[in-house]
Design a protein around this ligand. Structure first.
Ligand SMILES: O=C(O)CCC(=O)C(=O)O
Ligand SMILES: [Fe+2]
Length: 194
């Protein structure tokens, strides 16, 4: 069911991965991915976040994220397993994935759209969550309508075109005690930008 009333679609699918797989995949991602502190441009300054990130993709997939050009790490077995499941679910292939590691509720992600020009508009962005449940919100860019939901362990959120054009989204910080969380956003990047 589409969570958005207009101008795009947010499809929430809980329980794509069962609890046992989630625990194994979380541990494997934590261990095998080369996590780095995120650097992004904010008000013209390069800032470093506490949240850790990793960018994984096919060779030659580079991507500009928040003003910083990223070169991909190679796929790990756990990531390939997740990617296969998500491609079957979304009926699309993905060539890259942005990973975020939120250690606790003090880490989140501010309002933004994933509207980078390299993205293939035909494919959705598929967001996979492992670990602590967190609140995720959409806000319409012109009328400020908002929609929020909880992203549970093992869930998938599919965002289809033109969602990024009309809506921003954020991962809300919280003072509640929350378990660490890993989010993966699978994306399709067009190669004709190199
Ligand atoms: O952690 C999340 O659920 C959101 C991540 C996100 O919006 C992004 O990586 O662009
Ligand atoms: Fe995003």
């Amino acid at each position: 069911m589409n969570l958005l009333p207009k101008d795009g679609s947010g499809l929430y699918i809980p329980g794509v991965f069962d609890e046992t797989s989630c625990a194994a995949l979380f541990a494997s991602l934590l261990d095998t991915v080369n996590w780095k502190e995120d650097q992004l441009m904010m008000f013209g300054k390069l800032i470093t976040t506490k949240r850790k990130v990793a960018w994984v993709g096919d060779a030659g997939c580079s991507y500009t994220y928040s003003g910083v050009k990223k070169f991909p790490q190679t796929w790990t077995p756990a990531l390939l397993e997740i990617k296969q499941r998500i491609e079957a679910l979304a009926h699309h292939e993905f060539n890259s994935c942005l990973l975020n590691l939120y250690h606790d509720g003090s880490e989140g992600m501010g309002w933004h759209s994933d509207d980078e020009k390299e993205l293939d508009q035909a494919a959705p962005i598929a967001s996979v969550s492992f670990g602590g449940e967190r609140k995720f919100a959409f806000k319409h860019k012109s009328d400020r309508t908002s929609v929020s939901l909880t992203l549970a362990n093992g869930s998938v959120l599919l965002m289809h075109t033109p969602t990024q054009q009309f809506w921003q989204h954020s991962l809300t910080k919280t003072k509640r005690a929350v378990a660490p969380r890993i989010n993966l956003t699978f994306r399709a990047i067009r190669h004709d930008h190199h």
